[in-house]
Design a binder for this molecule. Structure first.
Ligand code: 5GP
Length: 185
């Protein structure tokens, strides 16, 4: 199997983290890229594991030095993927998964047309709102911002290669295995 770059996007609260975790546990030949962000760490998040947490200054510096394969502003924070990091992972013979927003995903596709873009959707918008609130990690203002961003993401996802509806985690993992070519069925 050729080593490939897969880009997975989905609105916050859609459960893409759970789907990806399940997929990666079953398929260790895939690795999740670690992004850079200016967002403050949430409880339990570790620098270098969940994200590389950068200051605004450090992030701007990377933009100026053209170090990012893609970057985007999302809900008033910056997020980006380092070119060097991705190339190193691909050179090591790993299938790399980027879990990034739709704006960043489209930038990756423009620069690396072989990258496969996958959008994970909630069964409905109402369900997305429920999931986001149920997480209890964001305040109301942040939730509202993320909901309006989710609408814009649905629009951009029209240009993606695949969509997976996450109504059931196991089924979503199976759909991802089929797209990535690891499913035997
Ligand atoms: P969160 O703050 O919930 O961890 O992530 C918010 C959003 O930022 C999610 O949609 C996530 O996919 C996106 N994101 C995470 N890392 C990156 C990145 O490196 N680049 C871009 N463009 N988006 C990212």
């Amino acid at each position: 199997m050729n080593k490939k770059l897969y880009v997975i996007s989905g609105s916050s609260g859609v459960g893409k983290g759970t789907v990806l975790k399940g997929f990666l546990e079953k398929n260790p030949e895939f690795m999740l890229s670690v992004s850079c962000t200016t967002r403050k760490p949430r409880k339990g998040e570790i620098d270098g594991v969940n994200y590389f947490f950068l200051s605004d200054e450090e992030f701007k510096n990377c933009i100026e030095k053209d170090k990012f394969l893609e970057w985007a502003e999302f809900a008033e924070n910056f997020y980006g993927t380092k070119k060097k990091y991705i190339n190193q992972c691909l050179d090591e013979g790993k299938n790399v998964i980027l879990e990034i927003d739709t704006k960043g995903a489209l930038q990756v596709k423009a620069r690396m047309p072989d990258a496969v873009l996958i959008f994970i959707c909630p069964p409905s918008f109402e369900e997305l709102e429920e999931r986001l609130r149920g997480r209890h990690t964001e305040d109301e203002q942040t939730i509202q911002k993320r909901l309006s961003e989710a609408k814009a993401e649905f629009e951009r996802a029209k240009n993606f290669d695949y969509k997976i509806i996450n109504d059931n985690v196991e089924n979503a993992i199976k759909a991802l295995e089929k797209i990535t070519g690891v499913a035997n069925a």
